[in-house]
Each structure stands twice: as structure tokens, then as C-alpha cells.
Design a protein. Sequence first.
Length: 50
Amino acid sequence: MSAQVLDDLLWRRHSCRAFLPDPVPRAAIRTDRADLDAFVSFHGNDPCVP
């Protein structure tokens, strides 16, 4: 996945109000693979992402 794809995925997931009442500022979102894996592992199958 490209950095842009990871960034878009994380932005959508962090913006999902089912998990976070306040969206995380885009500048605070990291896009490296370890962070993505940790996020997916923590949230599992997120209904806000198709």
C-alpha cells in the first residue's frame, strides 16, 4: 500500500464516530505499517470502513 492509501485509510478510521467521539487531527495520524497493524488489531472489523 502506498503512504497515501494508508493515510486515507487511517484518516477514515480515526474519523469514525463509532469509536472516537472526536476525530484525531490529521497531522497526528501516523501511516507506518506497525501503526496500521496495531490500529486494525485493536479495532478489528471496523463497520465504518467498507
